[in-house]
Design a protein around this ligand. Structure first.
Ligand SMILES: *Cc1c(COP(=O)(O)O)cnc(C)c1O
Ligand code: SF4
Length: 343
């Protein structure tokens, strides 16, 4: 039985919200009332990774504050042009097709039992620290995922499929339903995980149809959202996260540790508590990957461990995310070794 009645989603309110998203640094600075002489006009437009911010997200920024932690995540800055040693386009070595890690276009299988499918190249927001700014999506195009589905079917060690992107919730409900029906037909797939920043940045996208799709699938579902700062969460995210909680087995959050945004124990502690208020459990705190154009966001290991030690001393274990980095070739995310010193 189809998971959804066939219908059109062209008129969904979230599409209008996406069409009206802010698409330049100039418009963004006007929207938040920031006049900054530090921003050079030539970097305000970055054609290869343009500014993209839904107005709902921008309205959670503090008016007139050039240091606002939400603004800093999405505003193109001159620092992106700095060529820093060791910061490269593909630090995770994920982009060659036809390798063990990449058994089919758009499919990445690094870890036991789990395969990650790149479903879309787009996101509802462009985060300046993201590795995605250089990802060669054109080489991973396979809209029906024919080869990826064949590779998943052929590998019975895979029990979990992870939808990633870009942002997989940019697929419309129909496309998601079609894909999930195909997963359900693969006997060894037990779990569906969706990695998406959309519940935070474009909550309008969480439609009743999407919720019903998540409820109906026979796969166990988990949704991993992405928030870096407590100010990203408001009444609207609380509402959709509560709806998602009713519809899926598990709601988790991943954050990236970012200089000038959340490199403080008190910010991350309040993020963990606010996430829990909104039905979400902290999962990962990622050390940023060394991606070209993002060195100004970098936090070093020593600083990270001090921040993490304070979080550990304040939070119950179930609200403490794992502090990790990704190291190409390792068989899981790498846990940073935290030695708590006696104070
Ligand atoms: C992070 C990641 C996963 C999921 O890892 P978990 O530790 O299970 O969350 C799976 N595949 C790839 C390629 C990843 O980068
Ligand atoms: S993949 Fe995630 S972090 Fe990267 S731009 Fe998209 S929403 Fe932001």
């Amino acid at each position: 039985m189809p998971l959804l009645p066939r219908s059109s989603s062209e008129n969904e309110p979230y599409r209008a919200a996406l069409r009206h998203a802010i698409r330049s640094s100039k418009a963004l600075l006007e929207f938040v009332g920031v006049k900054s002489p530090l921003l050079r006009p030539e970097v305000l437009q970055q054609p290869d990774f343009p500014v993209l911010v839904p107005r709902g997200f921008a309205s959670r920024m503090k008016y007139g504050d050039p240091g606002d932690p939400l603004l800093r995540q999405v505003l193109a800055m001159p620092a992106e042009l700095v060529d820093a040693p060791g910061f490269i386009k593909d630090p995770l070595a994920e982009t060659q097709t036809g390798t063990d890690v990449n058994p089919a276009p758009a499919l990445i299988k690094k870890y036991h039992g789990r395969a990650l499918l790149i479903t879309t190249s787009g996101c509802a927001i462009n985060c300046r620290y993201c590795f995605r700014r250089h990802f060669p999506y054109a080489e991973h195009r396979d809209q029906k995922h024919t080869q990826a589905l064949a590779a998943i079917s052929a590998d019975s060690s895979i029990s979990e499929i992870i939808l990633s992107g870009g942002d997989p919730l940019l697929l419309d409900d129909q496309a998601l339903a079609t894909l999930i029906e195909k997963f359900e037909a693969i006997p060894h797939l037990k779990r569906l995980r969706i990695h998406s920043r959309i519940p935070v940045v474009l909550p309008e996208r969480i439609t009743p149809q999407l919720l019903s799709l998540l409820k109906k699938t026979t796969l166990k579902t988990a949704l991993v959202i992405h928030a870096n700062h407590p100010n990203e969460l408001d009444n609207q995210t609380a509402r959709v996260l509560n709806d998602l909680k009713q519809a899926s087995a598990l709601l988790l959050n991943q954050s990236v540790l970012l200089r000038g945004i959340n490199d403080s124990a008190s910010v991350l502690i309040s993020l963990a508590e606010k996430l829990y208020d909104q039905s979400v459990q902290p999962y990962y705190l990622h050390m940023p990957d060394r991606v070209a154009g993002t060195s100004h966001f970098h936090v070093n290991d020593e600083e990270a461990k001090i921040i993490y030690g304070k979080m550990q001393a304040h939070l119950p274990g179930y609200l403490l995310p794992r502090l990790v980095r990704e190291i190409p070739g390792e068989n899981s995310k790498h846990l940073l070794d935290i030695q708590l010193k006696d104070e």
